[in-house]
Each structure stands twice: as C-alpha cells, then as structure tokens.
Design a protein around this ligand. Structure first.
Ligand code: ZN
Length: 244
C-alpha cells in the first residue's frame, strides 16, 4: 500500500492543492493527515472540503481542537489565538462538527497516526529529541508512526540490532524496513518551520518499507495575500516566505 501523509496544513489552500497534485502523480492508495488542518491560514473551509473529497483519514491537531472548544487556547501565542478566533467565525456548523469528531490517533494497516505524540496524544506535547520520543516509541503497536506538530521533518528510530537505543535522522529517505520502530515527523504542508519555505509531505510505501519526505515549491504570494485580505495578522503571511 502507498500512503501519502500530510502534516500541519493550517488552512493553506495553495500548498494543499500543490501537494494533492503531487500525490496524484505518486499514485497513493490512501491519504493520511496528522492534524492541524486549520489555524494560521485563511482558507479553512476549502482545506476541509478538499480533505473530505479525497477521503483522507485525519487526526485532531491542537489548533483544530482549540477551534471547536476541545482545547483551551490559553497557551497559544497571540497570533495563533487570533487565527483560532477568526477560523471559528468562518467555519460552518458542519465543518465545526467535522473537526470536533476527529480522533486523537489512528491505526491503519501498516502505520499509526497522531498529531504530537502517540503516548498521551491529548496533551499535544512536542517531540524534539530522542527522550521526547521514547514514551511514544514504547507504545507504538506498529513499526511506523507518523506525527507533525513541530512543523520540522525528522525521524526517531529504534533499530532491530539495538532496540533500546533511540537515534534520529533528518534524511529524506528512511528505510523503515530496517528499523524496529520509526516515528516520522512529516513536516508541514502549510507552514514549514525549518527555514525551507517549500511545502512538505511524506510518502510511505509499505511493500518497499520506505518513507520519503518530499519538498515542493508552491505559490506563496497567493496564500500570503489571502491571509492579508482576511484581516489576519500580517506576520502569518510574512513567515511563509521565511519558512519559520
Ligand atoms: Zn501546527
């Protein structure tokens, strides 16, 4: 089975359309999303509609949760909170219900999906080091798990020859067949934060036992203008050019 995995879309329609075009060429059988479909960007309804159209399997992100009242936005910064408030105003009841009903984790045939961590996903903790990853690696029921949240693509691995040691790699091709457990952060479709402004997505081929992180240019101007036109903080448009 070939999976296409989308991280943190954040209401960025142009980036999502670009990635879905790539996934069509990559001939994926199923599309997964690690959550944060909305927040920051100015096209939440369109992004939700596209994900529904392609039948994506989606988990709940912290911004999605804040929009529908499943999470207090007290820990959000001012920009994020402003975007959550704006998003709440523009979403229909049906779209709010879609977000509200998203699960915290998914277990597919060959991989699991969560937003921040697989261990206690409701806390929306970040995985930025092997130590952060260990509790999730310990509870993974399948060899591969996809996450997002930090918007930085990186993979935490435990190898068969020494499953007690957690290593990490920023390689764009990951041999998960070789690994005992692989926890893959797929980066962000709509707001990359690794100083690379290109949109990011992942492909997982379970037959080949390989994951690839792909980066593609998209029309940032269109999306930045949409954010400004919506009256959202201009900083949310400017950061797209910097990949931060
Ligand atoms: Zn996010």
């Amino acid at each position: 089975m070939r999976y296409g995995i989308l991280g943190d879309i954040h209401s960025n329609l142009t980036a999502l359309e670009t990635v879905l075009g790539c996934l069509e060429q990559e001939r994926v059988d199923r599309i997964l999303s690690v959550g944060d479909v909305v927040g920051y960007g100015a096209a939440p309804s369109q992004c939700i509609a596209l994900l529904r159209e392609v039948g994506a399997h989606v988990v709940l992100g912290n911004h999605d949760a804040a929009c529908v009242g499943r999470l207090d936005d007290v820990y959000f910064n001012n920009y994020a909170r402003a975007a959550v408030a704006w998003t709440r105003e523009v979403l229909s009841c049906d779209e709010m219900e879609f977000l509200h009903d998203l699960p915290l984790t998914l277990h597919e045939e060959h991989c699991s999906v969560a937003h921040g961590t697989l261990y206690r996903p409701e806390l929306f903790d970040y995985i930025q080091s092997p130590t952060d990853a260990d509790p999730s690696l310990d509870v993974m029921p399948l060899p591969v798990c996809f996450v997002g949240h930090s918007h930085v693509p990186v993979t935490l691995l435990r190898m068969r020859d020494d499953p007690t040691r957690t290593a990490y790699t920023a390689e764009s091709e990951i041999d998960v067949e070789e690994a005992y457990r692989a926890l893959v952060n797929v980066g962000s479709v709509g707001q990359p934060r690794d100083e690379d402004s290109r949109t990011a997505y992942a492909i997982y081929d379970s037959d080949l036992g390989k994951v690839w992180i792909r980066r593609v240019e998209y029309d940032i101007d269109v999306e930045a203008q949409r954010i400004r036109d919506a009256g959202l903080p201009h900083m949310l448009a400017d950061r797209l050019y910097l990949g931060v």
